[in-house]
Design a binder for this molecule. Sequence first.
Ligand code: TTP
Ligand code: MG
Length: 362
Amino acid sequence: MAHIIIHVDLDCFYASVEKRDNPAYEGKPLVVGADPKGGAGRGVVLTASYEARKFGIRSGMPISRAYRACPAAIYVRPDFPRYIEASRRVMAILKPVSPGFQPGGLDEAYIDVTGQCPTFDAAGNLAVAIKKQVREAVGITCSVGIGPTKSLAKIATDIHKPDGITTITPETIEQVTGRLDIDAIPGIGKKTRQYYVDKGLQTVGDLYRKPLPDLVFLLGNRAAKWLYDTVHGIERSVVHERRGRKSISKERTFSEDISDYETITTKLHGLNARLHDAIREKGIFYKTVTLKIRFEGFETFMRSMSAARAMQDEAHAFAMVSAMLGPFKQNNKKVRLVGIKLSNLEGKSSSRQRTITDFLTA
Ligand code: TTP
Ligand code: MG
């Protein structure tokens, strides 16, 4: 059976986060990257808003060249923690859509929705819902491509950017992609593009219409098979399904072994707080809390306590950790490492799944 893959890619990602947080940038050419220093700056453009792209400014370009192209643009330094935070929130929306979820870096992900969407039209409706949720919850836009394979879904995403949705079905491959330059195919960069163009393969349509033996003659076996499969929607790699997470943990090694239990308790308090930030964000609940403690000489102990029902209660977890830590205080050994693990996890994904099914059948 043909698969239905959704690919989501955030639009001019770093620039979108900057615009969201600085409304004055809206509608203006904005470049995230190195300091241009009046044209003398070193370093490159990380990304440019679509307004800045009108001046020819692109990712990877020297910042000095970008400055020459548009000195009036707004130039800002990257602030990665904010981009990572935005990315996490987007992924938290995408991940529950299907167990077939595979992020590709901070700003894109593949979702295999074959099991969720009976048709490409249904996947289109789901894409609308995803875009709306990302816009409302994270405040940025994304583009979505839908296709029978990961490659075609990714090609589709780029066709209507920014803020677009494009579907390629097995029947419409040639119609939708035929006129695209072959560099629309992920994996074909500037140099390989020229190599193919020299062989008369300028567009995706040129490739599509060549029988496999002709491609083998032109390009050799490996490249021919790869390109043939890619443009004909023959699946070469499936969306990697991540097995459900079994536990989530954080630990801390001290720079020198310590015996001060106040410091140890403070450290555990911090670890517990960070773990709970993470699970609240991911919508995860747990039953079991484990304390890990390692003494000088590498002697390591684990102690666990479980709650009757799955919980997400920072104070309760810390009380459990403190209770398990108590007996260790007596043995007068220096501590090298402490950690906390939360396990017996339960997600909220079932409720999220239901919303989307409701949406599709509505
Ligand atoms: P892309 O998805 O390639 O670009 P984009 O999101 O900025 O723009 P588009 O609307 O075309 O998707 O990359 C995602 C982020 O990765 C981008 O915002 C900045 C960063 N990046 C780099 O740091 N260096 C690079 O060379 C590229 C291409 C991107
Ligand atoms: Mg992007």
